[in-house]
Design a protein around this ligand. Structure first.
Ligand code: PEP
Ligand code: MG
Length: 567
């Protein structure tokens, strides 16, 4: 139902800018009144000492509250699917974490009340996680979210989070706890914008899965009061306050037509004039691969194996690994599957790999470099992939992350070929893009990881919300390296795909095609939109779009120029 002036309660927007801009992460247009998450509970700063005789009961009260929070998250996980369900389950696990519960009940037995123990223990763990950095540091938001839920439960307050609005609304927030994002109802929350977050943040990943148009790293959101009508464009990153209602409803209607076209697209990937571009899915386990199979994705372009083992204390055996890899191969029997070897370290530390204490882990021992601190781990993983291949009769391609020299590529390729598998490497480091021609003498394919290629080209942490403009995959410098890599592939007659988040942006997918990449691999939820958009443009148009993007000076100019070329 189109929104009319009357269905929007108009607050005073004096002082709110009429146009805000952030980093677009999930395409789509949304129009509706602004809502904001319910405030978090006030955390008391003064606490009474619990008398000796009441301490056991107080500890019990804490354990019951944490259990209730975990149960609610698990219930919501069963009602959700894919990444959303996984995030909710992971957070339920945090609420029940034995270390966290043990430390909190220890404090209570020392005289602390349950609320004080929840607050102090959370800060103790947050400091530890922050010191570990990377993915662990990211979990601090999750942990504080669990603390707020447990404190609300202990204090008899309603659970903090997002109330279901009566009319389709646009949610504006500083940042969202993953548990909040994962529980969003896309029929009521039609758009989402945050002040923090980046293109690869939890919020972006889940919003993409739920199909909610989303903009992150937006400045000025605080000045927009709840109830203000806004028009949000998840393709351009633009958020307009108080737009003309007719124009806004027309923009939503056009977007809906495009989404319908995407829903009707069944593949295989090709431009309007029949130039084939395989559209593949990024997955992290068998369940993800089976879910991707329900979309038109033609295969798996990136199987992030390290994500299968984030919760393991010891290295999984070859047989154990083979079983997991075989699940993905079975889901895509007879189709292309590209397995990436463990990309451990930096934002994805694995407990069974020794990660040195580094000042700058993104530039440290990660990806292929872990061979130095974890001898034999790559060989055992390749044995497991070979075993999975033998069990399923499949012939997977295998690629290494974070390759920066020709020698690394050659050494990896030899180990892969020795096991009758097809070797390739990721291009995530500018050095690999610059020497792509020489690397291609040793491997059968390249896959460009634009998330890291952006981070290393722009010298900007991909996790930093402040640097989201720099890590925008539309950066012309990054596109120039993609072009160089694709040229090398064309000259060698070998495939060059893109498997970073850039491939999930339908407009950018046309540019990448024009630059000469041969496949695009993205979140399963983005596959249809990418394929449908590509099917509307000819290869020549894609090439003109690529030229326009390369000639631009910044991401916004590149987007505008490409939108003009592609219409
Ligand atoms: C990338 O860097 O673009 C990529 C696909 O790898 P990851 O996001 O897992 O680092
Ligand atoms: Mg990467």
């Amino acid at each position: 139902m189109p929104l009319t002036d009357d269905s929007l309660h108009r607050p005073t927007t004096t002082g709110a800018p009429s146009e805000l801009r952030g980093t677009p992460v999930v395409p789509g247009v949304a129009y509706g009144p602004v809502i904001r998450p319910a405030p978090r509970p006030d955390l008391p700063t003064e606490h009474a000492t619990v008398p000796d005789t009441a301490r056991e009961a107080e500890a019990e009260r804490f354990v019951t509250a944490a259990g209730a929070v975990a149960k609610r998250l698990r219930d919501r996980a069963s009602a959700a699917s894919g990444a959303a369900s996984e995030v909710l389950l992971a957070n339920a696990g945090l609420a029940e974490d034995r270390g966290w519960i043990g430390a909190a009940t220890g404090r209570i037995r020392g005289g602390s009340d349950a609320v004080a123990a929840a607050i102090a223990t959370t800060e103790q763990f947050a400091t530890m996680f922050t010191r570990l950095g990377g993915l662990m540091a990211e979990r601090v938001t999750d942990l504080r979210d669990i603390r707020d839920r447990v404190v609300a439960e202990l204090s008899g307050h309603p659970e903090p989070g997002i109330e279901l609005p009566d009319v389709p609304s646009v949610l504006l927030a500083e940042d969202l706890a993953p548990a909040d994002t994962a529980g969003l109802d896309p029929t009521r929350i039609v758009g989402l914008a945050t002040t923090l977050g980046g293109p690869t943040s939890h919020t972006a990943i889940i919003a993409r899965q739920l199909g909610i148009p989303c903009v992150v790293a937006t400045t000025g959101l605080d000045a927009v009061p709840a109830g203000t009508p806004v028009l949000l464009d998840g393709s351009t990153g633009e958020i307009r306050t108080d737009p003309d209602p007719n124009a806004a409803n027309a923009a939503v209607a056009t977007d809906r037509q495009e989404r319908a076209r995407a829903a009707a697209w069944t593949g295989p990937g090709a431009t309007a004039d029949g130039h084939p571009i395989a559209i593949l899915a990024n997955v992290q386990d068998g369940a993800g691969a089976r879910a991707a199979r329900q979309t038109p994705a033609e295969g798996v372009g990136l199987f992030r194996t390290e994500l299968c083992f984030l919760d393991r204390d010891i290295e999984p055996s070859v047989a154990d690994q083979a079983g997991i890899y075989a699940e993905v191969l079975t889901a895509y029997a007879g189709r292309k599957v590209v397995v990436r070897t463990l990309d451990a370290g930096s934002d994805k530390p694995l407990r069974f790999v020794t990660h040195p204490d580094e000042h700058n882990p993104a530039l440290g021992v990660r990806g292929i470099r872990i061979g130095a601190t974890a001898p034999g781990i790559l060989g055992r993983q390749l044995d497991a992939v070979a075993e999975a291949a033998a069990r399923t009769g499949q012939s997977p391609w295998v690629m290494a992350p974070m390759i920066s020299t020709v020698a690394e590529a050659a050494d990896f390729a030899a180990q892969v070929r020795a096991r009758d598998l097809v070797p390739g490497v990721m291009v995530e480091v500018p050095a690999a893009a610059l020497l792509a021609d020489r690397i291609l003498e040793h491997v059968e394919f390249l896959s460009i990881g634009t998330n890291d290629l952006g981070q290393y080209t722009m010298a900007a942490d991909r996790m930093s919300p402040q640097l989201a403009t720099l890590t925008d995959p539309w950066q012309p410098a990054v596109l120039a390296l993609v072009a160089r890599t694709a040229d090398a592939g064309r000259a060698a007659g070998k495939p060059v795909g893109v498997c970073g988040e850039a491939a999930a942006d339908p407009l950018l997918a046309c540019v990448l095609t024009g630059l000469g990449v041969t496949s695009l691999s993205c979140a399963a939820a983005a596959v249809a939109a990418v394929g449908a958009r590509l099917a509307t443009v000819t290869l020549d148009r894609c090439r003109s779009a690529a030229d326009a993007a390369l000639a631009a000076s910044d991401p916004a100019a590149a987007r505008e120029a490409v939108a003009r070329v592609l219409g």
